[in-house]
Ligand binder design. Structure first.
Ligand code: GDP
Ligand code: GDP
Length: 455
């Protein structure tokens, strides 16, 4: 590194920054207008501007990456949506429930000027039941005179209220310090895999693609009731299902059942539910209704899984209904609409007839293997050296930026850091990604490539 003009500390720092696996998840919950979105904006700062552009794909974000005191985590924002037909208590509770389920820790935001309301109390009950660590944010304390209002919130029984002004930034640093104290370094969920527990699958897709039908089929019994109303007893959230001789954990299957929220219009619930499921999973099985045109909503769901950095399999369902003409057009649509995920293993299934159900597990295993692939540094640099000499970066302004060396900083998904002598254009980065995939596989996984340029 030194002879290439990089400071060894820069190199180590870059590798460490890029090298994380799945990040812990923080949910920000509370009533509308208490300041959740304002607070989340403060946590993510300017980072949001630094997103990779994926042409042609609309984003509707629920999760963001944030960093505080050198630690990275994800934030699930439940703000920014209108109260819907469910009524205020039910919609706040539903949002909070979804977000809490996927979270490793929770920031509960209360408007200190208003004090605790009945709706706040309802969320407190959910938080108690969930048993996740909670940091209580007493928001809208814009100056010292508001501190007394914050102190009233001790009554909620959630411990110390942290007086904060999300709007002006007052107290947010102290509150985030408190968050970091309770937030684990890695998602709680991944501890299961560390000790060889079952792998976690999220079955996702827009309404009516056949998620509950598929779950029924693979679970081997009619355990998911289509059109069931939200039950009076709490459904199990995750389900263990045996497939191909192994036990898998299907996360958030209750969300597939609780169709009442989805039917009552709010796309938002579907988004939040999908985001929550994806965060809890290692691999996403995205179901697409092959009998219909691939929609923007299908693409959004795929984008969510990709941005979350999960392994992915795409299952085209309702294959039993396809005639030759539809099959022809489907292939064209896949080419034009889903070009950014050509790397995802594909299965053509029918939840109705059971067609190709046996192909699901091998596809999932392939995707998980790709997700965990590690390329030794020596092999990577031999590959990069050949690539750079055979296909040099185009000359720009009389200079030719070169990739000097690289390393894989992490897995789940694979993350690479490349060190370059000058700015590397997006087209060349995509070329490198393509060649990396050709050389090393990475089937079923997004890969991240960051480039450091020598000062
Ligand atoms: P959400 O619905 O919980 O996401 O709330 P928002 O973040 O949209 O904030 C609701 C309103 O409260 C907006 O008008 C914000 O500007 C305002 N607000 C948020 N945080 C503060 C704060 O710390 N102090 C004051 N005075 N207003 C705030
Ligand atoms: P979900 O909203 O994604 O859970 O979708 P459902 O499982 O409720 O399925 C929606 C509709 O599609 C139901 O009427 C199912 O019977 C039907 N369906 C699901 N899978 C298939 C399939 O493979 N073939 C056919 N022909 N219909 C299916």
């Amino acid at each position: 590194a030194a002879e290439e003009g990089f400071d060894i500390e820069d190199v180590e720092g870059a590798i460490e920054a890029a090298g994380h696996g799945p990040l812990p998840v923080l949910a920000v919950v509370g009533r509308p207008n208490v300041g959740k979105s304002t607070l989340v904006n403060r946590m993510i700062g300017r980072r949001e501007a630094v997103v990779e552009d994926r042409p042609g794909v609309t984003r509707d974000r629920v999760t963001y990456e944030a960093e505080w005191a050198g630690r990275r985590f994800k934030v699930v924002d439940t703000g920014g949506w209108e109260q819907d037909v469910l009524g205020i208590d039910a919609s706040v509770a539903a949002q909070a429930e979804y977000a809490i389920e996927a979270a490793d820790a929770v920031v509960f935001v209360v408007d200190a000027k208003v004090g605790a309301t009945d709706t706040d109390e309802a969320v407190v009950r959910l938080l108690r039941k969930a048993g996740k660590p909670v940091v209580l944010c007493a928001n809208k304390v814009d100056g010292p005179s508001g501190e007394a209002d914050a102190a009233y919130l001790w009554n909620l029984g959630l411990g110390e209220p942290h007086p904060v002004s999300a709007l002006h930034g007052r107290g947010t640093g102290d509150m985030l310090d408190a968050v970091l104290e309770v937030l684990p370094n890695a998602p709680e969920q991944s501890f299961g895999t560390a000790i060889g527990g079952p792998r976690r699958i999220a079955l996702i897709g827009r309404p009516n693609v056949g998620k509950s039908s598929l779950l029924n089929k693979v679970a081997g019994e009619e355990r998911v009731v289509v059109n069931e109303m939200a039950g009076t007893t709490r459904d199990p959230v995750d389900e263990m299902i045996e497939l191909g001789g192994k036990t898998w954990k299907f996360v958030d299957t209750a969300g597939i059942r609780k169709r009442v929220h989805l039917q009552q219009g709010a796309d938002y619930y579907a988004s939040l539910r999908t985001a929550a499921a994806v965060e809890k999973a290692e691999v996403a099985v995205v179901l697409i209704d092959a009998s219909e045109n691939i929609s923007v909503q299908d693409q959004r769901i795929i984008t969510m899984a990709v941005e979350a950095g999960r392994a992915m399999v795409i299952a085209y369902n309702k294959w039993d209904t396809l005639d030759e003409e539809r099959r022809y057009y489907l292939e064209r649509e896949i080419e034009t609409e889903l070009g950014q995920v050509v790397w995802a293993p594909r299965v053509n299934v029918s939840a109705r007839t059971g067609r190709h159900m046996e192909k699901l597990v091998p596809a999932i295993e392939t995707a998980l293997a790709g997700w965990e692939t590690r390329v030794p540094t020596g092999r990577l640099n031999a590959f990069l050296g050949e690539l750079v000499s055979a296909h040099p970066h185009p000359v720009r302004g009389g200079k030719q930026p070169r990739i000097l060396f690289g390393t894989q900083a992490g897995t789940k998904p694979p993350r690479f850091v490349l060190f370059a002598s000058g700015f590397i254009e997006a087209g060349y980065r995509r070329f490198i990604e393509r060649r990396l995939r050709e050389e090393f596989g990475f089937e079923g996984t997004p890969i991240h490539i960051s480039v450091r340029v020598r000062e």
